[in-house]
Design a protein. Structure first.
Lengths: 353, 353, 353, 353
C-alpha cells in the first residue's frame, strides 16, 4: 500500500487541529487530501481559509459540507477534527461504509461509557464502535493501531503524561498512588473558537492556572496509566495556560518505591523502554527539555531528576500539543493503519527559534 | 518623619531590580532619590540610562561611582541592588556610618552562615550584621522591620511560596513533610545580564524547567517555612522560565492532615490570617489567579483548591517578581523603617492588559 | 473644584477603554467613580469583572444597566466607552440633563457629518451637539476643553500622528501634500470583542498590515492636520498590528520644504512648540523611541531624523494607545473640564520592563 | 549530480543563520553535512549545541575548529555563516582549493569596494573574488548562480525589498526617485550575540525603530534596485524591531508614474514577472500578508494596494528573515550550484500557528 497514494479526508478544518492536519498533509509523501469539510467554511478553497497554504496542491481544494457518502466515496481514511459529541455519529457512518477513521476528539478514548458520561456530560451512544476503537499512542499500541479501523487519537495532556510515566510505572519504580502532574500548555490547546479568554490581550505577558483537579483529560490519563501500572490509580492533574502558540511541558512529581533508586537506574529504565521509539528522546543527564525543541514535530523530550533531598523522582515531559498531541499523532496512526512507516511525513526538525 | 522627605540612595541601578526601584521612587510621595550609583553607568543621567524616566525629577540625577562616605552623607536609607557577595561589604560600611539599609541580595537572608556558604559557594564574613538583619516580609515581621537598621529583602520565589503556605502551616492544616512547589517565573527574574539564555529568541514562544530541586531560593524558603511550622522541614522546590516580563505563579501541592478538611475551613484560615494584610488578596472560591492581575503591584493573589479526588490541597500564589518579589517590597520595608505607611508609593492598580 | 471629589460615571466597562478607565479611576485623587454601566456585565461588581481591581474601592461598585436619569443623578461627568453610533444618543441624553461628557467613540470627532457618514456608514443625527463638541487633544485645545460640556476624545492613531506632525506643519517646515504615516499598534486597539483575528494564536509571533489607505482614523487626522496647516491636505495613513498589548509607534515620512533644513532647526521647532507640554517628550538627538517607555502613561515620545540622503524628515511618534490614545487622555480632558490639573491621576512612570 | 549526495560544510554554527542551516540540512534530501566549525563550540556535538537536533544524523557531528584544508577535503560546497570581514578570507582559501562557496555575510554583496568600505568601515581585500561573486537572489539570477563558484547570499531586508519592488521598477510603473521602505524585522535578525538590546525583557511587549536612514543593507538594495531600474536610485530605507522570532514585513511606499495605473494592471505586472517563480506568492486582491504565513519557508508573500486618495502604490512584502532572508536562500543557491532543483529540501508549509 505504501507505493500508492492513500486518499484521505478531513472533517472539520476550522480549528487548530484541522489547520495542523492541513499543514502536515500538504507535504505528506503518501497521503493525498481528497476531501475537506466544514460547515463554516464550505465553498472556499483551503488557501482562502489558510493563506499559508497558497502554492500547495491542497490549497486549491474546495471545502465542502460534511456528507458521509461523499467522504466514503472520495477517501480511504478520514480524520475527524470536530468537537466531541459531533465525532461520534460521523465516525459510525464512515465505519459503516467501510472506511478507516482517526478521531481526534475524546469520543472513543474512554473505554467505560459511564466515565465518559460523567466527565463529558453527554450520553455515549456507540458502545459497539467504542469496543473496537484502539487508543492511538504508537509507543504503546503500534500493532493494534496497525490493525484498527477506528483509532481514538489521544489528548494532548495525556500524551505528555503517559509517555512521561510509562517506564516508571511499567517497571514499578514509583508509587502509583502519589503522582502529581503539573502541566503547562500553549494557547492553541484551547481551540480556535473566538472566546474572550483566548484573546491576545487576555493571555500575552501573563500566565494562569485552570481546571485544577478537574480537567477532562484526567480520566483518560488514569485509564491508560492504570493499565500500565496493572491496577487502578488516581493522579493529581493540573493545567496552566502559557502565552505560547504551541507546546506542553509537564512536570511530574513522583516518589520512588526504593528510596535508594539511583539516577542512572531510572535513566536506564527509560532508555530501554524507549530504545525502539525514536520519537521519544531521553535527554542526557543534566539537561532539561524546552518546548521549542519539539515545535512542529512528533518528539517527546523527557528528562529525569532524582531529587534526593525531597525524596522525589521528577519527570519532565515535553511535546508540541498540536503536532504530537493531536494532528501529527493522528497522521502517525494513519501511517500505521495504512502500512506506511510510522514517521512518513513527520520527519522535520523543530522550528527553532 | 512622614511629613518630611526621606533621602534615599540606590546602589546598583543597572539591573532590573535597580530599574524597578527607580520607577517606583520616581513618584514616591516621601522618598527623594538623592544618590544613584553604578560602576557601569557612572556619569550618565538616569534618563540616559532609562529613557522612560525622562521628564521625572529622578531622570536628571547623575549616576555616580559607589562610595560609602558620599552615600552616607547624602542619604538616610540606602537600597542595595547589587549581586550577592557585593552587597555584604557595602552594607557593613553603610551600617557603620549609621545609615539604614535594605539589601535586595541574598547576603542577609540566611541566618545560618553554613547554609549560605553551602548554597552560595562563598564565605559569609559578616555574622554580626547578619544577627541584626530582619527578614523583610511585612506580613510576618512588620514590627521587627520597623525597628531594624538592616533588612534582608526576601527573594522573589520565597515571597510567593511563604505567603502561599503561611496560614496552612501556621495552623497545622497540612503535612509539613510533603510539599511540592512548582513555580514559574518571568524572565526579569533572571537578571539583566546579557547572557545567551535570556535572549528574546531563546525564550519567546517557549518554556522550560530549570534548577529542579537545586535552586538557591530553596534554603530561604525552608528557613522561613520551618520557623512557621515550628520544626525543620524540607520542600521540593522547582523553577520554570515563562516567556513573560514579570510575574511568578507558584502551584503548591500539599496534603491536608485531616483528609476531611473542607474548602470553606481552609479558606477561612487564610482569610483570617490575612485579614489585616491588604496586599494579600484571597480570591473568591472558583477563581484562580493570573499573573497580570499583580503586574507592577505589591499584591499577592492566592487561591485554594481542595481536590478531594487526589487528597490534596492545592495553593496557587501569584506575585510580580520585580515589584512584590524585589523592589516594591524593598520600598514597603523602607516605608516601615521610616515610619511611613506600608503602602506609601505602592498603591497603583495592576497594568492590565 | 479641585478640593472636592467629582462624581464620575463610566458607560461601557466591558472593552479595553472601559477597563483602562477603571484602572486609572481606581486611584485618581479627585474623581470618585459613582456609576458604571454595561448591558453585558450588569449585576456583577467591578472586581468580579476585573479581578485586578479586587482590594480597591471601585472594585465593590456594582455594574448597572445604562440609564440616563440614574447616571445624571449620580454623576457630574460621564465617560462614554461604547461603540460609535451608540455613544451619540447617550451623549445627547446626558447633555440635556446638564452633565459633562467625554466621549471616547468617534461620534463627535468629525465636524463634517458628511465625512462621518461616508467613513462610518451611518447617519449622524446630532449636528447640534457636534457643533459644541471640542476635539480633546490638550496640547492643541486645552482652553476650549476646559470650557466644554462635550469633549470628543481623539482616536489613538490620530493622537500619535497629530502630535508627531503638529510643529512641522504649523511652522511650515514640510510639504503638506507628501506625508506618509506608517503606524503600528498593539492588539488592544482592536478592542475586546471575541473575534478570530484577535485570538492569541492568530497574532502572537506574527505581524501584519491592515486597512492600508482606508482606515477610519484617516479623516480625523486629515481634519486636524488641515486645520494646523491652514489648508486641506490628504495623508497616506496605513496601519499594522503588533503582537503587543499596548502601544503605537508611527513612523512618519515627510519632505522638508527647505532641502537644507538642519536637524537642529527641526528639533528646535519641536522643542519650542512643546515647551509647555510636559506629556510630550522630545528625545535627544540620536535616540529613537520605543513603545515600552510610554506603557501605561500619557507620554508621547517623539524623535526626528533628518535623512539628507533621501531628502526626508522622518518623525517617529510613540504613545500608549490605551492610555494616551484613549482612556488616559479622556481623564486629562475631564481634569481640564473640572478645573483640575491636567496631569491629576496621570503621573506614573511607565511600567518597564 | 542530483542522484548522489553532495558533501557540504558549515563554517560558523553558533549564530541564528548557522542554526537555521543546521535545521534545514538535517533533513535535506541531497546534501550531507560533512563538517561543521565554530571556534566557540568546537568539541561538542551539534546535538549538544542544539538539543532540537538530537535524534538526527547531523546531531552526532562533532563541531571542529575552522581549517581550510580539512574543509576542502571533506566538502564539495561550504556555507559561510560568519560575520562580515571574517568571511572574506575563508572564502578565498576555499575557492583557491576549488570548492564552491555560499557566503551569508555581506562581504561579496557590494560590487563597488568603495561602497563596502564606506558602509562597513573596513577594507575589502578581495576584489578578484568579488568580481566572480554572483548575487544570490534566484528570481533574478538563477542562471548565473547555477554557474557560480561563489555566491553572495543576499541580506534579509534586501531580499524583501528587492522582490517587492522588482516588477514595479523593471516595468517602469513607479517613480524610482520616490521610494520609502518601512521595514519591520523579528529579533533573530539581530543575531545571537548576547547583547543587552536583544534580551527578552528589553524587546518583549515593545517595539522600536532603529538605523533610520542609515542601515547597512541600504547600499545593497540600492545596487540591485538601480540595476533593475537601469539607472542609479536612492531609497529611504528604515528598520524596526518586532517582538517576534522570525519574519520581515516591508511596507513600501511608491508613486506610480501613471496616476491612472489600475490595480489590475499593477497586479498583472507582478503576476507575469513571477509566473515561473513559485516561491513568490502574489496575494489575491483584498488580502494582505502576515509574517506567520512564511514562517520557516522560502515564500515571499506580496500584496499591492493602489491608494488613489494619496496617489500611491503600496507594496507589502513579507519573508522569513532567517529562512528566505538567509539560510534557506543559501540552500536554494547551493541547490542551483549543484544542479539540484531549486526547492530541494525547502518544500515545507509554514508553521502556523
Amino acid at each position: 500500500m505504501s507505493s500508492t497514494l492513500v486518499r484521505v479526508g478531513l472533517v472539520g478544518v476550522t480549528g487548530y487541529t484541522g489547520m495542523e492536519l492541513a499543514r502536515l498533509l500538504a507535504v505528506h509523501p503518501s497521503f493525498r487530501l481528497a476531501a475537506v469539510t466544514s460547515r463554516q467554511e464550505a465553498g472556499q478553497t483551503l488557501a482562502e481559509v489558510y493563506p499559508f497554504l497558497q502554492g500547495f496542491a491542497v490549497g486549491d481544494l474546495v471545502v465542502s459540507l460534511p456528507d458521509a457518502d461523499a467522504l466514503a466515496d472520495a477517501c480511504d481514511l478520514i480524520f475527524l477534527a470536530v468537537p466531541h459529541g459531533a465525532a461520534m455519529s460521523i465516525a459510525a457512518e464512515l465505519l459503516a461504509r467501510g472506511r478507516k477513521v482517526v478521531d481526534l476528539s475524546a469520543d472513543f478514548r474512554l473505554r467505560d461509557t459511564a466515565v465518559y458520561e460523567k466527565w463529558y456530560g453527554r450520553e455515549h451512544s456507540l458502545a459497539d464502535a467504542l469496543a473496537e476503537a484502539v487508543y492511538g499512542l504508537p509507543e504503546l499500541y503500534a500493532d493494534r493501531i496497525a490493525a484498527a479501523s477506528l483509532v481514538a487519537n489521544p489528548g494532548c495532556y495525556p500524551t505528555a503524561a503517559i509517555l512521561g510515566l510509562y517506564p516508571a510505572l511499567a517497571r514499578k519504580l514509583i508509587d502509583p498512588d502519589d503522582i502529581v502532574i503539573d502541566a503547562k500548555s500553549g494557547v492553541s490547546g484551547a481551540g480556535r473558537g473566538p472566546v474572550l479568554g483566548s484573546l491576545f490581550c487576555e493571555v500575552q505577558d501573563s500566565f494562569r492556572a485552570y481546571s485544577l483537579g478537574s480537567h477532562r483529560h484526567t480520566p483518560e490519563m488514569e485509564q491508560e496509566l492504570s493499565a500500565i501500572a496493572g491496577r487502578p490509580l488516581v493522579v493529581s492533574f493540573n493545567a496552566h495556560l502559557l502565552p505560547v502558540n504551541r507546546g506542553i511541558l509537564a512536570t511530574i512529581y513522583t516518589k520512588p518505591k526504593d528510596p535508594g533508586l539511583s539516577p542512572a537506574a531510572a535513566r536506564e529504565a527509560y532508555a530501554s523502554a524507549y530504545a525502539d521509539h525514536p520519537f521519544v528522546r531521553m535527554l542526557p543527564a543534566g539537561r532539561l527539555p524546552e518546548i521549542r525543541s519539539t515545535r512542529g514535530t512528533m518528539f517527546c523530550d523527557i528528562a529525569l531528576v532524582a531529587d534526593a533531598r525531597s525524596g522525589r523522582l521528577i519527570i519532565v515531559s515535553v511535546i508540541d500539543n498540536l503536532c504530537r498531541g493531536a494532528s501529527g499523532q493522528a497522521i502517525a496512526n494513519a501511517n500505521l493503519m495504512c502500512g506506511l512507516p510510522l514517521a512518513a511525513g513527520l520527519g522535520q526538525a523543530a522550528l527553532v527559534p
